[in-house]
Design a protein around this ligand. Structure first.
Ligand code: PMV
Length: 324
């Protein structure tokens, strides 16, 4: 922790992430590959005030502890997470201001497997530390975001905490992230089923399955690890084709782990029928989004149209290290 000058206002910015390989298996120490989605951003601003502690986010607006007054609860979970992010940051900084206001704007759609809880926690923590002119170390910031993620979904791997601030694709394994070498940027589309995902429930379901059918589950998790290892090589050598097949197999495994839905299968099929090289659910599952890999701009347009015609609520593009 390093103290800089005190600012009248603190700002923090984070973004969405998309997991290309390794969701769920990453919770068991296996590797995962994630890309930042920088077109879906959150900006948090923190100000000192004379009144209450208050937060406004795209998901919640209201007064937070220590005031007794409670604002309108738009989403119980997100409210709690924003509140915890603010309170844990103040605790780490040793601050107890009479009043503080945090405003979060932008959009990382909540409960879509795109890392909204880590993105909101990270943006709030950055804004509040900047307000006090303090720069936390990477590790301190990671633990702060993880303290919120633990409330959001129990046993977070830490992948989201890194991926929602990463400037490029990351390789994440056993709590450590490193930047991923990419020769040719894969062209990705994210499509939203419109059904909220349920990460905590999905993570719990996989854990139950692991405890009841350990041998079969370990085999599936090991296969996902192997797929991610292979994908790392393919990305480094620009061998995009096999990634599509790997995504389809990864999707099947996630279905076998019990985190798929009919809606996710429907969009995955719509993408591949329209010429995507591969597609899979992304994030915690039980709803949320799919990610599809396309060859070129023409295929991208075709697949995007097919996804919208198939009922996708939104389609976002991710292209390599930069979102165009
Ligand atoms: O649904 P999201 O965006 O929170 O992603 C969850 C990813 C998991 O691998 C399922 C859980 C984790 O902690 O990595």
């Amino acid at each position: 922790m390093e103290t800089l000058t005190t600012q009248p206002m603190g700002h923090g910015q984070t973004h969405a992430k998309v997991i290309l390989f390794g969701e769920h298996s990453v919770v068991y120490g296996k590797p995962a590959i994630a890309f930042p989605v920088r077109s879906l951003k959150l900006d948090a601003y923190a100000y000192q005030t004379q009144g209450d502690w208050s937060i406004r986010t795209p998901y919640f607006e209201g007064l937070v502890a220590p005031s007794d007054a409670r604002g309108e609860d738009i989403s119980g979970l997100e409210r709690t997470l924003s509140e915890i992010a603010l309170m844990n940051t103040l605790r780490i900084l040793g601050k107890n201001p009479p009043g503080i206001r945090v405003e979060v704007s932008g959009l990382v759609p909540p409960a879509r497997g795109l890392g909204s809880s880590a993105a909101a926690a990270g943006a709030i923590a950055r804004a509040v530390t900047a307000l006090y002119g303090v720069k936390l170390t990477g590790e301190e910031m990671f633990h702060l975001v993880q303290s919120v993620e633990t409330v959001a979904h129990g046993t977070p791997s830490g992948l989201d905490a890194y991926a929602t601030t990463a400037s490029g694709p990351i390789w994440f394994t056993r709590g450590k992230a490193e930047s991923l070498e990419i020769m040719r940027s894969p062209r990705l589309l994210i499509a939203d089923t419109g059904e909220p995902g349920h990460t905590a429930e999905a993570v719990r379901g996989v854990r139950e399955r692991y405890e009841k059918q350990e041998h079969e589950t370990v085999e599936l998790l090991d296969e996902m690890a192997w797929i991610a290892q292979q994908a790392k090589i393919d990305l480094a050598t620009g061998n995009i084709g096999p990634l599509g097949t790997a995504m389809l197999r990864n999707h099947e495994i996630l279905n076998q782990l019990g985190v798929g839905t009919g809606g996710l299968d429907h969009l995955t099929r719509a993408a591949t029928n329209a010429g995507a090289l591969g597609a899979k659910l992304t994030g915690g599952g039980l709803g949320g989004c799919i990610v599809a890999l396309v060859e070129d701009r023409q295929a991208e347009q075709r697949v995007k149209t097919a996804l919208i015609n198939a009922g996708a609520r939104d389609v976002w593009r991710v292209h390599g290290e930069e979102n165009e």
